[in-house]
Ligand binder design. Structure first.
Ligand code: ADQ
Length: 473
């Protein structure tokens, strides 16, 4: 990399999906944590992106708003069933999130996972063959843990990095996977492995020590029998803070803010913004809210709770069940606590919203509730403090201690244990009553952390590690 952080070779990103959605026949960039993080990166760095798309044949090679060449991996529905709806979403995802639901072990899903990885390796090999210069390959996430090994077999000198967007679990949890050696072996063929926190990185290193006897762990490096050295590093992912600040101050956001303030006039606003995923703790949050309304009658009618839930993985049984449970709970709370002639206490939006509206919701929230049971990082918390710091400097972040963001924000957020529903209800009340001066100081400090560690720092650190140029510390 040169001094401006530019690579000496083209970047080839590999992720489960292409960052695309087709709306009314038009291809657009999609939303979600991984895409939110990588879009500003590709805007600066460019390169190619290999990923799966349901409509692989129809994917264009470029899409407006995305500065990458797109290469679609075509998978037939039976493979998607085993690989995506099965192994990644029902085995790895719950296992990597500390079993907040029980992972399912199914050998046919594993075979699909292996087959899909070969398909990815074929597509990546095609792109490499067509590239005038050998690219740097950067693989994203738990869908592709086996891919480094397949690529290393084909291109021994390829520079390969991998970043895990989820937590990495403790060794005794990882050990439950019947394919634990293969998965670790797949990962260890990369040159560098990135994790959100030192805790996940240390879990990984301990897992390697326990499961791969020929690997020697020295500090943050793993020495392989063939003499290769693999780095395992903590690189917390982040957002484009400058861009979010500008969005917060945009006149279009002001217009949305005015409308929302009118809608909720006279009431405080508690806000939740999540993918509709069982890891995000939405049910515990609603239960805490119900308890608060039950035990603190004087607060009724004085606040509203807004839950924005992006539809997610609705082909998977556990996610369909979660949706029904959440909607039942919202209905029950509103049924119990709505006074005739008055607004409901819970507003529930099951949809994706555009960035301007999202920023407007962040701006009107008195308390942002980010209470996952387990979350690799959580970008919503970072977006919230950035938006507020760029505007009125006010607001409170109620933050689960079980997400990566909690490691960075320390006690400037109101930290909670979301499993303790009663305690969560008490902290919601405390957050509603926090003194203005205290609120402002906390927001300012958290926003500073995000500014100092934005997404460009993350990508710079990741790419430097892959190319072997990272600076210590
Ligand atoms: P996610 O689980 O998707 O990401 P998160 O980090 O919170 O979780 O990112 C969600 C993104 O989607 C945010 O940028 C947010 O603004 C956006 N979003 C949420 N609700 C929305 C809505 N209703 N409409 C539109 N946009 C919405 C995974 C991991 C995380 C990790 C990221 C990045 O689970 O732990 O932080 O990847 O590594």
């Amino acid at each position: 990399m040169d001094e401006a952080g530019r690579l000496d070779a083209p970047l080839l990103l590999v992720a489960n999906r292409l960052p695309l959605a087709r709306q009314r026949g038009v291809w657009r960039p999609s939303s979600g944590g991984l895409v939110t993080a990588l879009t500003p990166v590709v805007a600066r760095v460019g390169g190619s992106w290999v990923g799966w798309d349901e409509d692989a044949q129809g994917v264009p090679s470029r899409v407006e708003g995305l500065n990458v060449d797109l290469h679609a991996v075509d998978l037939d529905p039976a493979l998607v069933e085993g690989y995506y709806h099965g192994f990644t979403n029902r085995t790895l995802w719950p296992l990597f999130h500390d079993l907040v639901v029980q992972p399912v072990i199914d050998r046919s899903w594993w075979r699909s996972y292996e087959t899909v990885t070969r398909r990815f390796a074929d597509k990546v090999s095609e792109v490499i063959a067509a590239s005038p210069q050998r690219p740097v390959v950067w693989i994203q996430d738990y869908h592709l843990l086996l891919l480094p090994q397949l690529l290393r077999d084909r291109f021994p000198d390829l520079r390969i990095g991998m970043f895990l967007h989820t937590p990495f679990p403790a060794p005794e949890l990882f050990a439950r996977l019947p394919w634990r050696e293969s998965l670790l072996g797949g990962m260890l063929a990369a040159d560098s492995l990135g994790f959100h926190t030192t805790q996940y990185r240390d879990n990984f290193l301990r897992t390697v020590q326990r499961i791969i006897p020929d690997a020697t762990v020295l500090g943050d490096s793993i020495m392989r029998e063939d003499g290769r050295r693999v780095r395992a590093l903590s690189h917390p992912i982040s957002i484009d803070a400058e861009d979010f600040g500008a969005l917060a101050r945009d006149p279009a956001t002001d217009t949305e803010v005015t409308a929302l303030r009118e809608q909720f006039e006279g009431r405080k606003v508690l806000l939740g913004v999540d993918r509709l995923d069982y890891t995000k703790g939405i049910r515990h949050r609603l239960q805490a809210l119900e308890l608060l309304l039950e035990q603190r009658p004087h607060l009724r009618g004085r606040f509203v709770f807004v839950q924005i839930a992006v539809p997610s993985r609705d082909d998977v049984e556990e996610y369909r069940r979660l949706r029904t449970q959440v909607e039942t709970e919202v209905g029950r709370i509103n049924g119990r606590f709505t006074e005739p002639g008055h607004d409901v206490p819970v507003h529930y939006l099951h949809r994706s919203i555009d960035r301007t509206r999202l920023a407007a919701y962040y701006r009107i929230a008195d308390v942002m509730c980010v209470t996952p049971l387990k979350d690799g990082m959580n970008l919503v918390a970072k977006e919230f403090v950035t938006v507020r710091d760029a505007t009125d400097g006010d607001g409170v972040l109620l933050l689960s201690e079980f997400c990566g963001t909690a490691h960075e924000f320390g006690h400037d957020a109101i930290r909670c244990n979301p499993f303790d529903v009663e305690g969560l209800a008490m902290l919601m009340e405390r957050a509603l009553e926090l003194a203005p001066e205290d609120r402002r100081e906390r927001i300012a400090r958290m926003a500073q952390v995000v500014r100092d560690n934005d997404v460009f720092r993350w990508v710079g650190d990741e790419l430097a590690a892959i190319t072997g140029e990272e600076h210590p510390g």
